[in-house]
Design a protein. Structure first.
Length: 347
């Protein structure tokens, strides 16, 4: 349906014309125009136009007036485009600082085209055309005008983590994705190639986060004009050490005087510190992940264990035994010894 035109006086019957004109992307825009016959009037193309930020838009108007009135030839003395601001007189866009260097008029033959370059979102407004003649009261404005909406593809979204600071296993954590876009963007969350969430609000929520949730996350913002991804956000979930495991090197039979190392390992965040204990004394005998025997002796027989500790907790390993029964003669290896035991033999 065609919008109603309001001018300074009643217009005669109108007829409709279809105009085609080029738009900035090189295509053709079909414009339904209400055209006056012999009286005064201002008419526009489409009532609403959408354009991308940074592009150029053209808004077209046509206007009519009688060649003569009361025996006096009609002369158009002034014509300009403006934005209707509340309780203010129309101001020519060419004198508006917001549009400095970006506005051009192409007027003639009872039409006037407004061109605005390098569009910004602030340019979203209703634009009206006005012409003034030499007749008393002979000034006319077409209203309502043309509503321009300047849209934009989403900018690279930003990611925020709440609460900020350290993230501890079992706590509640929310990632928020936000982006400046017009129209508003929709959001998707990813971990690697896995899609985690597609929510309008851009939230990714962990009600009880665990160490398995550690990793890199990113979000994507999208609207009809494009899509863009955030930078990677690494979630470092802190947790108490898991039960440590002891590894013996070298494996197999160990001879008296040989070099032996026991290594304690535990998954923890932040990284664990390690302490070694000998069962018979129940006091720590070494600090660090590795307990080294440069020349193992029968006196080293006994049970050993390690602890892994960080600020969130401490865990103890099982015992690793160095057997106290030591032989001076070389014997065949013990068949299938228990995994928890380490045998030292003398040569």
């Amino acid at each position: 349906s065609h919008k109603k035109l309001i001018t300074d006086q009643q217009l005669p019957p109108l007829h409709h014309v279809l105009l085609l004109h080029h738009v900035p992307d090189g295509g053709l825009l079909s414009v339904a125009v209400t055209q006056g016959q012999t009286d005064w009037g201002v008419n526009y193309g489409p009532p609403e136009i959408c354009a991308l930020k940074g592009s150029t838009v053209e808004i077209q108007s046509t206007f009519t007036y009688p060649l003569r009135k009361n025996g006096l030839k009609t002369t158009v003395e002034q014509m300009f485009w403006f934005i209707q601001r509340e309780n203010s007189e129309p101001v020519d866009l060419r004198t508006d600082s917001q549009y400095a260097g970006r506005v051009r008029y192409d007027c003639g033959d009872r039409k006037c085209i407004l061109s605005i370059t390098d569009l910004t979102e602030r340019d979203s407004a209703e634009y009206r055309f006005r012409f003034i003649t030499n007749h008393p009261g002979g000034s006319f404005t077409g209203k309502p005008g043309v509503k321009l909406s300047v849209t934009d593809a989403p900018k690279p979204p930003s990611v925020s983590v709440s609460p900020s600071g350290e993230i501890v296993e079992g706590s509640s954590v929310t990632l928020t994705c936000s982006s400046d876009a017009n129209p508003a963007a929709s959001y998707s969350w990813y971990r690697g190639k896995q899609t985690l969430s597609e929510e309008q609000d851009g939230l990714l929520h962990f009600s009880s986060i665990s160490d398995k949730d550690r990793g890199n996350y990113y979000c994507q913002s999208k609207n009809q004009h494009g899509q863009t991804n955030s930078t990677l956000q690494y979630l470092d979930v802190q947790y108490a050490p898991n039960r440590p495991v002891v590894a013996v090197s070298p494996s197999g039979e160990i001879m008296e005087g040989s070099s032996v190392a026991l290594t304690c390992g535990s998954d923890a965040s932040p990284a664990a510190t390690y302490t070694w204990y000998k069962r018979e004394s129940f006091r720590n005998i070494s600090h660090g992940a590795q307990l080294n025997f440069t020349s193992i002796q029968p006196s080293d027989s006994g049970g050993y264990y390690c602890t892994a500790e960080n600020k969130l907790g401490v865990k103890r390993s099982q015992y690793t035994h160095i057997d106290h029964s030591v032989k001076k003669t070389r014997e065949p290896p013990v068949t299938d010894p228990p995994q928890c035991c380490l045998y030292v033999k003398m040569t």
